[in-house]
Design a protein around this ligand. Structure first.
Ligand SMILES: [Zn+2]
Length: 435
């Protein structure tokens, strides 16, 4: 039996890095993708593909846009209930709202339910791959991996680690951090579409011994990623300075532990020194930029031009629950607005914004050969987007039937989860559920 399917609609993608290469927005208004198994076998104009594969069943999405699946490089699994917790800056928001909510998720059963809800919200918002900050509690994190495996999504995640500045239920010794991470790596890293990331929460909650244990894990398991936070908030940076009096700066606390290899993704980096930026570039670490979270918590503004100038790769991420929702289209709008407000703001176009929530994320996760655009040979990870009947988006799009940049700009500005009709990963529709 053939496993081929042809999906027809308006294709939009960015095959490469528009900041550095001469690639732009690819638009195929009456386009189609031929999916064979988990891969894209061909793409092009619909009439030609229909003629070339006359037996393939057709999923007809004419009138909809087909975009690459969105790639979220920083989001917290246990923090869905915290979205919208207003009125507090980072350290108080963590202590009073977020860490207690994370500690409450302490059984396999409650974590499984929360994981299903969380993964469904990602898919419902068009996200197909994500680097996910996990729970501090091993049974909860194991439950998350179980549900992630069942979801069919491309997930990189890890047990959050820390031995101080946390509720008692979340504290682990350095030795426990090492052993519990190791057993999750053995069980889940490389299983199906899952990978592991060693996940020290941030230097505030990690003694040198915990950071060293993380460094030892990355040495022992070189295929795993690293994820953590850096330079989010000025009080946090001052606290790290007091906790690590020997360190040159925040980045040094991770450098000394050997956590700054090319598979490391650092969230935020709003207030880096010039020296930190040049060392980050030299190490090849990447940055997850989380604009709605930065705005919501009043943490600051992302110096994108300085990152560009230093040659540090970055992508846009949602950072739920500091972030204001799971939509990467909304994050792209927030990134655009943040740069518009800065004196040194980078001029972002619809094309660069789509890149920042698709191909750029694939590069951060080392998945650029598998996902990020709709080229033949890549995995069939895609989103079908259609303006709801009677919506503002539909009204705006009616004025721009020919101009793909305008159409994409309107989607980034107005399309949210109500506009996401289908989400596919590896040639399989994961949203809405088949059953
Ligand atoms: Zn975060």
């Amino acid at each position: 039996m053939s496993t081929r399917t042809l999906i027809r609609g308006h294709l939009l993608d960015v095959p490469g890095n528009p900041f550095t290469d001469s690639v732009g927005l690819r638009s195929e208004p009456d386009g189609a993708i031929l999916i064979d198994g988990d891969r894209i076998a061909a793409r092009g104009a619909a009439p030609a593909l229909l003629a070339a594969a006359p037996d393939a069943p057709v999923v007809d999405h004419r009138g909809s846009f087909i975009l690459p699946g969105f790639i979220d490089t920083h989001v917290h699994f246990p923090q869905l209930p915290v979205i919208g917790s207003m009125g507090l800056p980072l350290l108080r928001w963590l202590a009073e709202r977020t860490l207690p909510a994370e500690a409450a998720l302490d059984t396999a059963e409650s974590a499984s339910k929360a994981a299903d809800r969380f993964l469904r919200m990602l898919a419902k918002n068009g996200t197909t791959s994500a680097l996910v900050f996990g729970s501090h509690i091993p049974i909860a994190q194991n439950a998350f991996f179980e549900r992630a495996a069942a979801s069919g999504m491309r997930i990189v995640s890890g047990l959050s680690l820390g031995d101080r500045e946390l509720p008692d239920a979340l504290i682990r010794t350095a030795d426990e951090c090492y052993r519990e991470s190791e057993s999750l790596i053995a069980r889940w890293h490389g299983s199906g579409l899952l990978r592991y990331a060693v996940t020290p929460r941030f230097s505030v909650s990690c003694s040198e011994a915990v950071l060293d244990a993380c460094g030892a894990l990355t040495k022992r398991y070189p295929g795993v990623m690293v994820q953590t936070h850096i330079n989010e908030n000025r009080d946090e940076i001052a606290l790290v300075r007091r906790q690590f009096p020997w360190a040159r700066d925040y980045f040094d606390t991770y450098e000394r532990a050997g956590l700054t290899g090319a598979t490391a993704v650092f969230a935020h980096n709003l207030h880096p020194t010039s020296d930190e930026l040049s060392r980050m570039a030299e190490a090849g670490v990447r940055v997850a930029h989380c604009p709605s979270s930065n705005n919501f918590l009043g943490s600051g503004s992302f110096p994108m031009a300085r990152h560009r100038k230093s040659g540090i790769a970055f992508s846009v991420a949602c950072d739920v629950g500091g972030g204001t929702g799971f939509s990467l289209l909304k994050e792209a709008l927030a990134a655009y607005e943040m740069q518009m407000q800065r004196d040194d703001g980078v001029a972002l176009t619809p094309t660069t914004l789509l890149y920042l929530i698709t191909s750029a994320g694939a590069e951060l996760l080392g998945m650029q050969d598998q996902t990020g655009d709709l080229s033949p040979g890549k995995q069939a990870d895609l989103v079908v987007l259609r303006a709801p009947e009677g919506s503002s988006l539909q009204a705006v799009l009616a004025h721009h039937t020919q101009d793909a940049q305008q159409q994409l700009g309107a989607m980034i500005t107005l399309a949210r989860e109500e506009s996401i009709r289908e989400t596919w990963v590896a040639g399989r529709r994961i949203y809405p559920d088949a059953g």
